[in-house]
Design a protein around this ligand. Structure first.
Ligand code: NAD
Ligand code: DAU
Length: 360
């Protein structure tokens, strides 16, 4: 039985990954989910797996070396999938410090603990033990040439405190691979969307606002481009790299699905009209009149676009869910989980929204 340590498993992609792993491997695996439960961590995301005998949740900070080392002592962990991070660019612009603590120092703490547990006396590592560091395309910066794409060889050029912290964590993983031959991979993925995404991010925020007749705040001219991938396709890519990828390699993950932010918003509005029953009172609330152009994000990257050639060629990955289908699946999921959304936006979320969007 393989034992996984998943960090940040109560967040958006981490919880989807835990579902993905259980769906794929069932009782063949044991998963330990370590999460600090920040504002972004939500155990409701894991309700359907919480009582499985091969699942354990541990509330801990990845910067807490003692807590992390204890887990490596207690279990023969042979897979680490490292998601835990501060992940929201706007928050990083307001307060970068926690981004460096969690994303850089937290990653180093995990690397130290895994290395200590896996390294043998002769300097080699326990066989079939692998660490996968989940990173982002934002480390590559912003593309100006419309014909250009992010390749694994593209020079790092992060702009926000978030992307700078992720770039630093990638370099730390790379340093462990280069210096100690530590058995790891890095994946750099584009924008994800799907179930369990916290409504500070573009798609769930616009969905929630549109359904409630709240203004849709578009940063700048709305023409910034992101490359959207359905979250389950990201999870599939992570798993394929961890099982079949060449150790010490970086793999970019993306589905060639570039859209301007304003196009995304129009797609959400159109899909809502299509999916809401004709007599649903929200049909009247959902309107293009809600679109409001607001002050741009500071240092706003213009365009991200991944070239996924390497992961396709080497491990045979391909995305299964096209955007038109994925956005409808996502909207249906939010329809079916209204309480989940209500719980997210109660309490601190209102304060956050006020600080971020009033007078913008
Ligand atoms: P998220 O913010 O939804 O979840 C992050 C999780 O990490 C939360 O459960 C939170 O409680 C936990 N966490 C935060 N600090 C912690 C700490 N110090 N110790 C333990 N747990 C902590 O993030 P997400 O969108 O699911 O992103 C997951 C990872 O994927 C991140 O590393 C992010 O950089 C990367 N990524 C995200 C996207 C995207 O589009 N969301 C795309 C590419 C890569
Ligand atoms: O590219 C991968 C990255 O995607 C991940 O590494 C990050 O963790 C994840 O948060 C995401 O970053 P973005 O900044 O691209 O995502 P966000 O949803 O915050 O914004 C998407 C785009 O929409 C961006 O151009 C800013 C714009 N936007 C966002 C919000 C929240 C708006 O116009 N209005 C908004 O209210």
């Amino acid at each position: 039985m393989k034992t996984y340590l998943v960090t940040g498993g109560a967040g958006f992609i981490g919880s989807n990954h835990i579902h993905y792993l259980f769906k794929k491997y069932g009782e063949e695996i044991f998963i330990i989910n370590v999460d600090k439960l920040t504002y972004a961590g939500n155990l409701e995301n894991l309700k359907d797996v919480e009582n499985l005998p091969n699942y354990r949740f541990v509330k801990a900070d990845i910067c807490d070396a003692e807590a992390i080392e204890a887990l490596f002592r207690e279990y023969d962990i042979c897979r680490v999938v490292h998601f835990a991070a501060e992940s929201h660019v706007d928050r990083s612009i307001k307060d970068p410090t926690v981004f460096v603590k969690t994303n850089v120092l937290g990653t180093l703490t995990l690397l130290n603990a895994a290395k200590a547990a896996w390294e043998q006396e002769d300097g080699s590592y326990l066989p079939d033990h692998r660490f996968l560091h989940v990173s982002t395309d934002e480390v590559y910066g912003s593309l100006s040439d419309p014909e250009d794409y992010f390749y694994e060889t593209t020079k790092y050029d992060p702009h926000s405190p978030y992307s700078a912290s992720k770039a630093s964590s990638d370099f730390m993983v790379k340093a462990f691979m280069d210096t100690y031959h530590f058995p790891a991979n890095i994946t750099n993925c584009s924008n994800n969307y799907g179930p369990y995404q916290f409504p500070e991010k573009l798609i769930p925020l616009m969905l929630h606002n549109a359904l409630n007749g709240i203004k849709l705040p578009v940063y700048g001219d709305g023409k910034n481009v992101r490359d959207w991938l359905y979250v389950e396709d990201h999870c599939k890519g992570i798993d394929m790299v961890q099982e079949q990828g060449r150790l010490f390699e970086t793999y970019n993950i993306g589905g060639h699905n570039e859209r301007q932010n304003i196009q995304i918003i129009h797609t959400i509005l159109d899909s809502l009209h299509e999916l809401l029953p004709a007599d649903d009172p929200r049909q009247k609330l959902v309107s293009e009149d809600l679109i409001t152009y607001v002050t741009d994000r500071k240092g706003h990257d213009r365009r991200y676009a991944i070239a996924p050639d390497k992961i396709k060629a080497e491990v045979g990955w391909y995305p299964e869910t096209c955007f038109e289908e994925g956005i409808k699946k996502t909207i249906r999921w939010y329809f079916e989980h209204e309480d989940w959304m209500k719980n997210c936006i109660s309490g601190d979320y209102q304060k956050y929204y006020e600080e971020m969007y009033s007078n913008r």
